[in-house]
Design a binder for this molecule. Structure first.
Ligand code: AMP
Length: 195
């Protein structure tokens, strides 16, 4: 199988992380979760972690330059060249989307698809309150969802303009959602093969 290059989008609490973990196994690719990378840095108390912690706890976004640098470094690794990637939690702003476009153009490796895992705001709010993670205060949840609408939702149009967007219904049983995702991705990959 050739390397796949995918982005998964979705509100916090959409089940994106769980589905991403299954997709990377199914497509034998590299899971690049900027949230996981940042949480690891916070846990290890690296300089990056110390910088990111307060921003994350408040539900704000880490600066574009910082996160673009982290992603550029990760994309340059050998495992990504061999197996491709599934980006999860990135890009989140128009500036990050442009940066990603630049990285991929430079490497000569176009993306296959951006999949939006669509779950309504009311449902993700209920799920996030229920999971009770340390950075999931009511205020931080609200702030993250606001930022998603203002910063990240416009990226759906950005990907659609480039012919890359697939929208998948994220409601229902985990297995059913996973099947919908692989169906949408497989369709994209077969279109790519035919051209
Ligand atoms: P996540 O697990 O993707 O929800 O990320 C957790 C937190 O990490 C976010 O609320 C942000 O503070 C930060 N973060 C993760 N990815 C990004 C990104 N692409 N740009 C800016 N901040 C990010």
């Amino acid at each position: 199988m050739t390397a796949v290059r995918l982005v998964i989008l979705g509100r916090q609490g959409s089940g994106k992380g769980t589905q991403a973990s299954r997709l990377v196994v199914a497509y034998d690719t590299v899971h690049i979760s900027t949230g996981d990378m940042l949480r690891a840095a916070v846990g290890a108390e690296t300089e990056l972690g110390l910088q990111a912690r307060a921003v994350m706890d408040a539900g704000e976004l880490v600066g574009d330059d910082l996160i673009n640098g982290i992603v550029a470094e990760r994309l340059a690794q050998d495992d990504v060249a061999e197996h491709g990637f599934l980006l999860d939690g990135y890009p989140r702003t128009p500036d990050q989307a442009s940066a990603l476009e630049g990285f991929l153009a430079e490497a000569g490796t176009p993306m296959d698809a951006a999949v939006n895992l669509d779950v309504p705001v009311d449902e993700v709010t209920a799920r996030m309150v229920a999971r009770g993670r340390a950075d999931d205060t009511a205020e931080a949840i609200r702030r993250r969802l606001d930022l998603y609408e203002s910063e990240t939702a416009p990226l759906l149009a950005w990907f659609a303009e480039r012919g890359l967007l697939e929208v998948v219904d994220g409601l229902g049983a985990e297995d059913d959602v996973f099947t919908r995702l692989t169906t949408a991705i497989d369709r994209r990959l077969s279109v790519g093969d035919a051209s």
